[in-house]
Design a protein around this ligand. Structure first.
Ligand SMILES: [Zn+2]
Length: 387
């Protein structure tokens, strides 16, 4: 009798315990999921560019890729501030200071070997200066950017640091703004004036003697001379509309767009990594920008091909030619005739297959190269407005 009476109670007890334990386990297991969901969300927000510190490629006129263009960090910094409306003199002033502060090494920690790298994750607790402009203490930039959802990896980059510096100068950073310094820099009209302004108003080093200023001015003048005459190609791979030269004749016909298509005659590529432009057998093929010929010869399916390097990260390729007019190592200028159009390699008829490779990857040429009004766009490719 007793047992029979007790059994339901035991059952209820076991059932209740099971339910409680089950939900407790679910609760425990949910922690890592919730944590990663938050960080993923933060990451997405961050990557979408809605957080100010991500460089928004769509509004960054000088940018072509997720990283700033430039053969080295100094050139990246130059291109960034120029694209943000700073004059060459003002930009040189920033560079002259960075050269002395960090040598353009974003992971430079004060009092460590020059050129050595201390990642932000290790530098954050340091009271020393860190980064391109030696933010002191290091957490000034690191903790602020962490609070905005930036990863340590990204904080270690030039891209992230110049974006933060710009915000400080414009007074739009969430913390540690330096708008007075930015305003003072923006009224400077000489390299020396901009260098001294950035040093005394923003950097505020202990030694503000004339000789200390002069050291930075020498660096600033050097970068000014190096970069202020940058042609579009020399600016590190950011040739944009109006700077590209149409590589064929003004009366050519665009016959194939970039991207997916049905294979022409079963011969052409289905995923087309360039654009096809036809002007007739033997028509001139022109260099689309200044650069150095890094290949000129026969290349299998590509036929007789020319490759021109415009910067460390930017090349153009011209395929299927009937005749080559340049040699490897030649310096060519925009608009220079480099080949004759043809149908060599895997080709169904005379045409120029034109490619732009940025960071070793083909991009759609018509996102940057305008199709001239006189050219027939039979393929109906989308192109940026003609220039
Ligand atoms: Zn093609």
């Amino acid at each position: 009798m007793d047992i029979l009476k007790r059994t339901p109670k035991i059952k209820i007890f076991i059932t209740t315990t099971t339910i409680v334990v089950f939900f407790y386990l679910v609760y425990l297991l949910s922690f890592p999921l919730v944590a990663s969901a938050i960080s993923r969300q933060q990451r997405n927000t961050y990557n979408s560019g809605s957080i100010h510190y991500d460089i928004d490629i769509s509004t960054y006129t000088g940018a072509c890729i997720g990283t700033l263009p430039g053969a080295n960090n100094a050139e990246k910094v130059w291109n960034f501030f120029i694209s943000k409306g700073f004059s060459p003199e003002q930009t040189a002033g920033i560079l002259g200071n960075m050269a002395i502060e960090s040598g353009f090494e974003p992971m430079q920690l004060q009092n460590t070997r020059w050129g050595s790298k201390t990642p932000s994750s290790e530098a954050e607790s340091s009271r020393l200066g860190w980064g391109l402009v030696q933010w002191t203490p290091a957490r000034k930039v690191i903790t602020t950017l962490r609070g905005e959802g930036a990863s340590y990896d990204y904080i270690d980059t030039v891209e992230q640091q110049v974006a933060f510096l710009l915000d400080q100068l414009e007074g739009t950073a969430p913390d540690h703004n330096e708008k007075a310094a930015g305003d003072d820099l923006k009224i400077q009209t000489t390299v020396a004036g901009a260098t001294e302004s950035f040093m005394k108003e923003y950097e505020r080093p202990r030694d503000q003697s004339d000789s200390a200023v002069q050291k930075r001015v020498v660096q600033a003048e050097n970068y000014f001379n190096q970069f202020s005459g940058n042609t579009a190609g020399g600016a590190g791979g950011c040739i944009t509309a109006g700077n590209w030269t149409w590589p064929s004749t003004q009366t050519a016909t665009v016959t194939s767009c970039f991207g997916l298509r049905s294979s022409p005659g079963g011969i052409g590529s289905r995923n087309h990594r360039g654009v096809d432009i036809a002007a007739g057998m033997g028509s001139p093929v022109y260099a689309a920008a200044d650069g150095e010929v890094t290949f000129s010869g026969s290349a299998g399916d590509a036929g007789l091909m020319v490759v021109i390097k415009h910067s460390e990260i930017l090349d153009t390729r011209y395929l299927h030619n009937s005749r080559l007019l340049v040699n490897i190592g030649d310096q060519v200028t925009a608009g220079q005739r480099i080949a004759d159009e043809g149908s060599t390699g895997s080709s169904t008829g005379s045409h120029l297959h034109f490619e732009i490779k940025r960071n070793n990857e083909q991009i759609n040429p018509f996102t940057e190269l305008a199709i001239p009004d006189t050219v027939t766009n039979r393929a109906n490719c989308t192109s940026i407005a003609s220039s």
